[in-house]
Design a binder for this molecule. Structure first.
Ligand SMILES: *Cc1c(COP(=O)(O)O)cnc(C)c1O
Ligand SMILES: [Zn+2]
Length: 466
């Protein structure tokens, strides 16, 4: 690769701050173990003077970089030469003003927006980051890329590998947890899929060891380049709002890559003078995988200008292990107890005056049904954002008239099992899939009407519904 002197990798801990060249494939600071950022020498680069100037790029959409919803914002993530960018046309997503969901959340009409990241090529927001990680991996000459995944990262990695033909994909998944929608993608795209007897946290641990040992490029969100791609989700939100900053961004929290990327996006935009204020950030855990909530709200853990109290985290994980607590939620994409981007997320919460909440599987599924009934639909984890927003409005933390953007991270068809079990009339199926998770009722079930194969009966069923 050619060297770039306008961007570098840097340890996020201010007291360390060690810098690394872009050509290194790292997932942690070798001096202190901290997470890494991609940092830029902005005064030697050409960031846009006004965000609205970026809009003109649409007129050149036969150019793959202008077409991509990630690389249209190249000037705000200029870590690789333009001609090395790997894109499959990701980021054609949309922001919908959803009044029926607003009503459910408690927001006033016109104040609640859903950002549909499920419209990405592999059906989740992960493609934003995968495009950036592939760009870096290919640029530095990697031939194999790996990830541990609850499903969507593997689907995305497998897709980029299949479409670009640049890299072999190696996927680590836990056993029994992954939804069929996601597993089917990895298999169909031809990725080498390794199913470990363990959960996501186990798979994550192993993939780190294996990629280190075999020199395989790691594309989990500990990879700082992935988060550069995910910054653009916020740019598209701003674009869709006519470059006005909303009051709140609400996002589900799993490995905390998205929330971290959003915080970085806003702090850079503010620093560059491209926005005059940052929105507030709400990160929503599932109650069955609530490490961030436990540490942030229970233990008062904060970014603290970069001096995160690591002893608190260690003690928290020790107790978790002693009590043999395993992540458990229907929202499998956020079924993670050891979020790898914890420190970065704390930084984002500091940047955006953030809050953290947890939501039960019951609340998540009811919110998901409301999203489906009033919008384009989403998978369970995504609905945690809507359930969280509802909670925050009820608490009065989010004002009814504030502009709220909930990020819908994954497509409705990712996890049909959960959706069908929610709407089913078959109590046995309901109990098997949802009852075990403490879900007691399907408040917004749309039940199929069973009729015999008889014209009169069918007619009655339709009129009854009418
Ligand atoms: C990966 C994923 C998440 C969690 O995002 P993090 O960046 O890991 O916090 C949430 N929802 C869906 C659908 C996902 O695929
Ligand atoms: Zn360091």
């Amino acid at each position: 690769m050619q060297s770039s002197d306008t961007a570098f990798q840097q340890c996020i801990r201010p007291e360390c701050g060690k810098r690394y060249a872009l050509g290194e494939a790292l997932v942690a600071c070798s001096a202190c173990g901290g997470l890494l950022d991609v940092s830029y020498e902005w005064d030697r680069l050409t960031p846009p003077k006004r965000l609205a100037d970026l809009q003109g790029l649409w007129s050149r959409r036969s150019d793959p970089l202008a077409f991509s919803g990630v690389w249209r914002f190249y000037d705000l993530l200029p870590f690789a030469p333009r001609d090395r960018v790997v894109t499959v046309g990701e980021g054609q997503t949309l922001l919908q003003s959803a009044d029926s969901v607003a009503k459910f959340v408690g927001s006033n009409p016109g104040r609640l927006f859903l950002q549909y990241e499920g419209m990405n090529p592999s059906g989740s927001f992960k493609d934003n980051g995968m495009s950036a990680a592939f760009t870096h991996a290919h640029w530095i000459g990697a031939k194999r890329a790996a990830c541990a995944s609850t499903g969507n990262t593997s689907a995305s990695l497998a897709l980029y590998s299949a479409v670009s033909r640049l890299m072999q994909a190696v996927i680590f998944i836990g056993s029994g947890k992954i939804s069929y929608g996601k597993l089917s993608q990895a298999l169909d795209f031809g990725a080498l899929t390794i199913q470990i007897a363990g959960d996501f946290d186990d798979a994550m641990q192993r993939v780190r060891e294996v990629s280190q040992r075999l020199g395989i490029y790691l594309v989990n969100s500990v990879n700082p380049f992935r988060l550069e791609g995910q910054k653009t989700i916020m740019l598209r939100v701003l674009e869709a709002l006519g470059w006005e900053v909303p009051d709140w961004i609400v996002v589900p929290g799993g490995n905390l890559g998205n929330s971290s990327a959003f915080g970085k996006a806003f702090s850079e935009l503010k620093m560059l003078g491209l926005i005059d204020r940052v929105p507030r950030l709400a990160v929503i855990n599932a109650a069955g995988a609530n490490t961030l909530h436990g540490l942030y709200n229970g233990q008062g853990l904060r970014w603290n200008d970069g001096n995160v109290d690591q002893a608190k985290i260690t003690a928290f994980y020790r107790t978790m292990d002693e009590e043999k607590r395993r992540a458990s939620t229907i929202a499998s994409a956020i079924e993670i107890n050891r979020p790898v981007n914890l420190d970065k997320c704390l930084r984002a919460l500091a940047t955006c005056d953030g809050v953290v909440r947890e939501t039960t599987d019951q609340e998540i599924l009811d919110a998901k049904a409301q999203v489906g009934a009033g919008g384009l639909g989403c998978e369970p984890a995504s609905a945690a954002s809507v359930a969280g927003a509802k909670q925050l409005v009820a608490e009065g933390v989010i004002g009814r008239d504030e502009r709220v953007v909930c990020i819908l991270t994954g497509h409705q068809l990712k996890d049909p099992t959960a959706t069908v079990a929610y709407h089913t009339t078959d109590q046995e199926q309901f109990n098997k899939v949802l009852g075990e998770r403490g879900v007691k009722r399907a408040s917004f079930a749309n039940r199929a009407v069973a009729v015999s194969n008889d014209l009169d009966e069918i007619e009655r069923a339709i009129q009854l519904d009418g």
